[in-house]
Design a protein around this ligand. Structure first.
Ligand code: UD1
Ligand code: UDP
Length: 432
């Protein structure tokens, strides 16, 4: 007999509503979920938006609702900004999201990408036995220092519906033997960008305000933990960027994340950039202004995942200030180079990309990604939960040959034999 509802910590499937929850909380999350919210509205789905409050400054949050024409979220978690460490920030969001999900009882919770917001959303949902949908699934840096890598791997493990931007991302998911259903749909950024790009070129006056001519400036963004938390990395990147302006003569426009401004000020570097005649450093700008800046830039230097994708789609050459990127396809099509933080590597990267022909293919799919995802979600709202569980159970296949041996001694023998034959193969290879 099941425990009464009031004593259980999770729901039975029939207690959930045919409703979808969209989780947002950071600048890129708001942008990437916008096409999904729009499609849910258009297809008259029952849904609500839950904002975790991870990002909260006007220029990191509200401005994107204005620029993308999004309604106020139904729920907004207060005071998240007080929690700074990864653990406490994620824990605060997890606790609050759980409360909201218990009240609303949606059947599917949609998270996107790899920020702490999305890890908290996926974990809260799964513990309540809700289905987790993850967009931008299957990305890898293979850099185990990167906080986003930890998040995305856990989210994918929890995900029931995994929306990959392309076949490469699908392959990563398959290699990791994830238990969710995989769909290759393209990137929602294709839709977001398409919606704002044309309006931006008409409405944004940022180029005039900054006195910039099309194709005659470089754009820059930087905010990643693996750069900002290490003084040596920051100093090295800034040195490289100043060398780039000296050698190539283009002004550099640098809309900076609040975290970056704070860190540059702590290290006395903000003053240096602010006083430099060829660097325009300023607080981060809204999506409309950023699209106007990016689509007219001669080239972009960045450590942002979203900007690497957008530059590739808009055919703006990109220099990535990281040691590893999750957007390997941008390197493969020739839209991007990975330079890390070494000043001379940055200069060489710029030189290389200035010569690029800007005719690479777009590896992120065709417009209509939001709608494709929502149609699948609406269909899966009616999928029997047993089918979801069966897909997860299928991961067992890889150990089934041992389990079928029936008793522990036989299993142990088979595993030992396999290990020793692998070890002797490795020894043979060493001797060859
Ligand atoms: C987070 C994501 C990162 C994503 C980035 C998008 C994680 C682990 N990282 O990093 O993947 O690329 O968002 O921008 O989730 N701050 C403000 N105002 C804001 C937001 C942040 O002042 O609206 C400052 C605060 O000092 C805050 C710091 O920036 O402590 C860092 O913010 P946080 O959300 O923890 O990480 P991000 O660097 O933004
Ligand atoms: N962006 C913006 N204004 C800025 C810098 C970036 O609107 O000043 C947008 C950019 O177009 C992209 C998204 O923010 O869509 C990327 O977010 P961010 O770099 O913060 O995070 P990441 O993509 O690295 O997770």
């Amino acid at each position: 007999m099941s425990l009464p509802k009031s004593m259980r910590k999770s729901f039975m499937d029939e207690e959930l509503q045919d409703k979808i929850c969209v989780v947002i909380g950071t600048r890129p999350g708001i942008i990437k979920q916008a096409p999904i919210i729009e499609a849910l509205k258009e297809l008259k789905a029952d849904f609500f938006v839950l904002h975790t409050g991870q990002h909260y400054s006007y220029n990191m949050d509200k401005v994107f609702f204005e620029d993308l024409g999004l309604p106020e979220p139904e729920y907004k978690i207060p005071d998240t900004y007080k929690y700074k460490l990864h653990g406490e920030q994620t824990a605060k969001m997890l606790m609050e999201i759980e409360r909201i999900l218990i009240r609303e009882r949606p059947k599917i919770v949609v998270v996107t990408g790899d920020a702490n917001t999305n890890l908290a959303g996926a974990l809260a949902a799964k513990k309540l036995h809700m289905r987790v949908a993850h967009t931008e699934s299957g990305l890898r840096t293979f850099d185990w220092r990167v906080p986003e890598e930890h998040n995305r791997l856990i989210i994918e493990r929890l995900g029931d519906y995994l929306f990959a931007p392309n076949e490469l991302a699908r392959k990563n998911l398959e290699i990791d033997n994830v238990g969710g259903e995989i769909f290759v749909v393209g990137s929602t950024l294709v839709d977001a960008l398409e919606k704002v790009k044309n309006v931006a070129t008409r409405k944004s006056t940022i180029l005039e305000e900054l006195g910039l001519n099309r194709n005659e400036y470089f754009l820059m963004t930087m905010h990643r933990e693996e750069n900002l938390d290490y003084e040596r990395e920051i100093r090295s990147i800034i040195k490289g960027v100043l060398e780039v302006t000296r050698r190539f003569g283009f002004p550099i426009v640098f809309p900076a994340h609040p975290r970056t401004i704070k860190r540059l000020k702590e290290l006395g570097l903000y003053k240096v950039l602010d006083k430099h005649k060829n660097v325009l450093i300023m607080p981060a700008v809204g999506y409309m202004d950023f699209m106007a800046l990016l689509s007219n830039a001669r080239l972009v230097l960045t450590d942002s995942g979203g900007v690497q994708q957008e530059a590739c789609i808009l055919r703006v050459p990109c220099i990535t200030l990281l040691r590893a990127t999750e957007w390997v396809e941008t390197l493969l099509v020739g839209a991007n180079v990975l330079v890390g933080s070494d000043p001379m590597a940055i200069v060489k990267g710029v030189e290389l990309m200035l010569a690029s022909r800007r005719n690479w293919p777009n590896p992120f799919g065709e417009r209509g990604v939001g709608k494709r995802i929502v149609k699948i979600l609406l269909d899966r709202l009616h999928e029997p939960i047993e089918q979801v569980y069966e897909r997860y159970r299928a991961r067992r296949k890889k150990v089934e040959k041992y389990l079928s041996l029936g008793n522990w001694e036989k299993v142990l023998k088979a595993l030992r034999e396999e290990t020793s034959s692998k070890a002797s193969q490795a020894e043979m290879r060493c001797l060859e």
